[in-house]
Design a protein around this ligand. Structure first.
Ligand code: FES
Length: 556
């Protein structure tokens, strides 16, 4: 009576407590997370579906992580969202959950939580914004910002034009509409089988976004009745599918970290090198920014994610029998998926970029734990490169001098930006693709090699070596590089080499001092004490694995 009575203060009739499945709807809504601001309305559609199917829906808030506002980075809080949502799902009397996400970290955070609780779960991502439109051309969120910034620095654009352009770029509800991290992770949710086939691509304002949300409400009730749980869906085969789909869509390098973290919650063996090995024979099929031309709205109208997955399935590059939240295998879900525009979604026979141009995993004495580079966003002439390091201990140190006309830099220089990893910044922010020195921009140089232990926005481009592991703050070799050292990058050989002898590195290590702690209390303290390195998904060490969904003791 105590449990039921207080719930009735919301006006529910007694029969909703007759034992029907109770479905939680985890909503990462917030006005501080503009990409997720419409999720309240999405939740209403989910509720319709749950009621229709005979369930009892209850919406609850989960931490909203807005990529653009949160400092020092939303990534610092991904694991906190995952922990909060996990505990809420377990501590409340829920039989299943619908996960509403959008902005970059909310999708992996909720999937990590659902994996650790292992209650039946369906994800509904919020969908991308409509295409940006500026001066008669399409502009992609994120990707255009970097270009506008460069144009502003180089004097090709005025401040007034910049302010006008930003309003043209973000012109509807939804997350970034390039193939950035949000679009990538929405696609990963589909590829893993945790989202219905089409919602990754419907624009946030499209009526079909709400139709599929209602459908997800129906589906979750069925999953509870069939007892189909995330651990049965997100198997090793599902992760292999996700890795290959990520290669085919030209997805964000952030997917590497997030998929490793989700797999870690499930005990699925997944390693950094799997991303290289499994993706090597997958061409990029999507012609989307930042690697290509089009945007998510175009991807949707061209056929969406199922059309890409069908191409992979027909080439034997998908585990077609992997089960999904539809209750059907992924191969069956995409078998008849049509494609309406081959300029956007290309074929395996005539891909946008050939196999082997996706995310590569580099190793060497500069990155013994590995590093990644997104080849499709890089300049081909820089993928084999030798240059001298110009080292900065923070992006701020670099930007303090980046406009200096006397900066000792040329297009062959390798910019090293360090102390940006999980412990370093803290939170591993997306700062690795620092803008080029003004001196080079004015000379027309548009790219140079940058090396960093941080991340890069999925909307960004450039020859940027990311996720160098172990990070500098953890005493990785990156901390030992000095300006003037020679570094060799050989992406075809997957090698990143600091041309400094072991003896010299040992001498430098003896002098190295770890940076001061960022905090002595609170979340930042807990995070920096327990965060794993990028090659292990940057989860907290004590959150790896699952605790299941035991019903805790009564509260009264
Ligand atoms: Fe939210 Fe890009 S800022 S998805």
């Amino acid at each position: 009576m105590a449990y039921r009575g207080w719930m009735r203060s919301q006006g529910f009739t007694p029969e909703v407590f007759d034992g029907r499945p109770v479905i939680g709807i985890a909503t990462t809504w917030s006005e501080l997370a503009p990409c997720n601001v419409h999720l309240h309305r999405v939740a209403e559609s989910v509720k319709r579906g749950v009621w229709q199917a005979g369930g009892f829906p209850l919406e609850f808030p989960a931490m909203a992580l807005g990529e653009t506002l949160l400092r020092p980075t939303a990534m610092l809080y991904r694991n906190l969202l995952a922990m909060e949502a996990e505990e809420l799902m377990r501590a409340n009397p829920l039989d299943g959950v619908v996960l509403l996400s959008g902005c970059d970290k909310t999708t992996p955070g909720l999937l990590m939580a659902a994996a650790s609780v292992d209650l039946p779960a369906v994800m509904v991502t919020g969908g991308p914004m409509l295409n940006g439109k500026y001066q008669g051309t399409d502009v992609g969120s994120g990707t255009a910002v970097w270009r506008f910034e460069e144009d502003l620095v180089a004097g090709r654009m005025t401040q007034e034009e910049c302010v006008f352009a930003e309003g043209c770029m973000a012109r509807s509800n939804g997350h970034c509409m390039t193939m950035g991290t949000a679009s990538t992770m929405a696609s990963m949710a589909g590829a893993l089988g945790m989202q219905l086939p089409y919602p990754a691509t419907w624009p946030a304002v499209d009526a079909r976004r709400y139709e599929t949300a209602q459908r997800a409400g129906q589906v979750i009730v069925g999953l509870v009745r069939d007892d189909l749980r995330p651990s049965a869906i997100m198997t090793r085969a599902a992760f292999e599918n996700a890795i290959r789909v990520n290669a085919a869509i030209g997805g964000s390098t952030n997917a590497v970290i997030h998929l490793l973290a989700i797999a870690g919650r499930l005990g699925v063996p997944l390693a950094l090198d799997d991303f290289d090995v499994l993706a090597r024979d997958v061409p990029t099929l999507l012609n989307l920014q930042p690697s290509g031309q089009y945007l998510m709205e175009d991807f949707c109208y061209a056929g969406g994610l199922p059309a890409v997955m069908r191409e992979l399935a027909e080439s034997g590059l998908l585990h077609a029998d992997a089960i999904t939240v539809t209750g059907s295998a992924v191969g069956a879900n995409v078998a008849d998926a049509p494609c309406w525009n081959r300029e956007v979604i290309m074929t395996m026979a005539e891909p946008f970029q050939p196999a082997g141009t996706g995310t590569a995993v580099l190793r060497g004495n500069l990155a013994p734990g590995g590093a990644v580079i997104k080849q499709s966003a890089s300049s081909p002439h820089l993928l084999k490169h030798r240059g001298q390091a110009l080292v900065f201990d923070s992006p701020a140190d670099y930007y303090a001098v980046s406009n200096d006309p006397d900066l000792d830099v040329d297009e062959d220089t390798m910019l090293v930006i360090r102390y940006c990893g999980p412990r370093g910044y803290p939170g591993m922010p997306e700062v690795s693709n620092v803008a080029l020195p003004r001196k080079l921009l004015l000379r027309g140089v548009r790219d140079m090699v940058r090396i960093c232990d941080g991340r890069m926005s999925g909307t960004a481009y450039g020859t940027v070596i990311l996720h160098v592991s172990p990070e500098a703050a953890a005493g990785g070799p990156l901390a030992l590089v000095r300006t003037g050292d020679w570094i060799t990058l050989d992406v075809p050989a997957r090698a990143l080499t600091l041309e400094v002898s072991d003896d010299e590195l040992a001498a430098r290590r003896a002098q190295w001092q770890p940076p001061a702690a960022h905090a002595s209390r609170g979340w930042t303290y807990l995070y920096t004490e327990h965060v794993l390195q990028a090659d292990a998904g940057a989860d907290l060490d004590f959150l790896v694995g699952a605790s299941g969904h035991p019903v805790p003791k009564d509260s009264h």
